[in-house]
Structures are given as C-alpha cells and as structure tokens.
Design a protein around this ligand. Structure first.
Ligand code: SF4
Length: 291
C-alpha cells in the first residue's frame, strides 16, 4: 500500500500483568542457571513469548508428559495448579518452581477455607476447563459448579441452602454481575456469600481499553486467540470501535484496511509482551508512514 501519514500509538496500559511478569522473571532466572527446566503448560497465553522462552531453553510440557517425568524441575505458571499436581511432583522427585500469581494463590486459599458443609455449595464463575479454574476446583476436590454464563444456569433446578460464589480472576465484571443476579433470582437460599475475586488489574484495564478504542480510528489488538483475557479485552475494544482487528503478530496485518486511517492504536492482552506491541508499531509506522 502507499504510505500515508498516520499516528500510531501503543496503549500505555497494555502489557503483562504483574502475575505474568513474575512468572516470566522466575523462568528467566531458572534458565540462567543452565539446568534443564520444564514449564507445565504455556507460561503465558502468547505464542510469540512462548517461542522466545523456548529459544532460551524453556521446555513446555503437557500433563501426560509431566506424569512421566522424575527428578527434574518444573515451573507452575501464574494460573496455579490443583494439589494433585504438587502430589505427583512429590511422588516423582520433581522440584516445583512455583510461579503461581499471589492473587490466584490467595483465591485458592479462600476457596479451600470456604464452607463445604452438607447444606452448602460453592459456585465458581469462570471458563470450564481453564487452568486457573481447574486449580481452584482442585482445592475443594472438584466440589463446585462452574458457571460460564447466565445460560449455564438454565439447566440447574435447585441450589443448596447456603451458597458461596467466587469468580475466576479474569472474569468479565458484567457477566459476573449477571450470573450473581440470576442466581439470586433462582435460588431460594438462606445465605449467599459473594466473593469479589476479579483481579483489579483486569478491572482497571476494562475502562482503559474503552477510552483507548474511542481515541483511535482503528485498533490493532495483539493477542493469541487462546487468551481468555485477550478475547475479553478484544471484544470490549471491538464493541467500542468496530475497526478493531485481532492479530497475533505483524505478519497478519492487512494494510489495505488502513488506507484512510489517521490514528491507529495498538493494544493487547495482559499476556501480550510490550516488546511485541513495539515491534508491531515499528512495522506499521514503516509501512504507512507517521506524522
Ligand atoms: S490477571 Fe491478575 S490474577 Fe491473573 S495472573 Fe495477572 S495479576 Fe494475577
């Protein structure tokens, strides 16, 4: 495409959250020691960052591979793990390098300490099968219902007398509020204990991304499609600015979409590295010209 002058701005509020920064720092420290180090699952839901750490020596494994390991070091990522993972490690002489985000760790403890008496029930608002949710479920031996949306409540006929409701840390605040409202309408409970467990970092980014989407004619949202938080922020951005495009890297940009665009914003998920957004910004500036 022909170059034209446009402003390209990176969202200053984007980039890794503290939990992911910690996990990556821990991995880099371990890699510097020169020993073989594994990570149970992708350390962050971002293909490019996973590739970068792989090139430094980090070996990503799945659960089947983990169960076959012994006498080695394995990183537990920011999402955390259920106790069963730590039990396997103990049995097999695996040293766990625990990079569980302190906020997730605190939530795991709260769930573990919550009421599991016979007339009580725990609900986790979150994504079925998400690693963080599996880690939370593991704290109470799976004795909780996972609800992803209001529609999931349709098939539930009744609840126990006392309910405690938690959310995944990256849950959308409106969806969480809708789920709580619907449960309150449906459940004839004596007591509903609602825990405000959405991460503050995620809450803050919601307002920031809306303002950022409004401030630009088009937005390139850099994220892997398998990041829950990424898809959540991307959809918020898209709702506010229909010219929001999801890309994993600069190679996926269709420059014909920006022919008449004067302001282009670049944002990303809490799992998108700042260096990747900077790389995208540099390539876009080179292709279309800036003023
Ligand atoms: S989003 Fe929040 S809770 Fe989740 S890893 Fe990041 S800082 Fe921790």
């Amino acid at each position: 495409m022909n170059a034209h002058n446009a402003t390209v701005e990176i969202d200053s509020k984007a980039g890794f959250c503290q939990g992911v920064v910690n996990a990556i720092r821990i991995a880099e420290n371990e890699l510097q020691k020169g020993e073989k180090i594994y990570c149970l699952g992708d350390i962050v839901h971002n293909k490019t960052e996973v590739e970068r750490l792989k090139s430094l020596g980090l070996i990503t494994i799945n659960y089947n591979e983990f169960e076959k390991l012994s006498n080695c070091k394995v990183i537990v990522r920011a999402h955390g793990e259920p106790p069963s993972t730590f039990n396997i490690a103990r049995r097999q002489g695996i040293t766990i390098v625990d990079a569980t985000c302190p906020i997730v760790f605190k939530l795991q403890k709260e769930i573990k300490a919550s009421n599991t008496a016979p007339n009580s029930e725990i609900i986790i608002a979150g994504k079925q099968g998400h690693p963080e949710v599996l880690g939370l479920l593991g704290q109470i031996e799976g004795n909780a219902r996972v609800i992803s949306s209001v529609e999931d409540l349709d098939s539930i006929k009744s609840f126990k007398k006392n309910l405690t409701i938690f959310s995944q840390t990256t849950m959308d605040r409106n969806t969480y509020a809708e789920i709580i409202k619907e449960i309150c309408l449906k459940a004839e409970c004596r007591q509903i204990n609602i825990i405000n467990s959405i991460c503050k970092h995620v809450l803050r980014r919601k307002d920031a991304i809306i303002a950022f989407a409004r401030a630009h004619q088009a937005v390139l949202f850099v994220s892997s499609p398998n990041s829950s938080n990424g898809m959540y922020l991307f959809n918020l951005c898209k709702k506010e600015n229909s010219r929001t495009f999801l890309i994993s890297s600069a190679e996926e940009i269709d420059y014909s979409l920006f022919a008449d665009t004067q302001t282009i914003g670049i944002s990303g998920a809490t799992s998108t590295p700042m260096w990747l957004m900077e790389q995208v910004a540099a390539i876009v500036k080179e292709k279309i010209g800036t003023h």
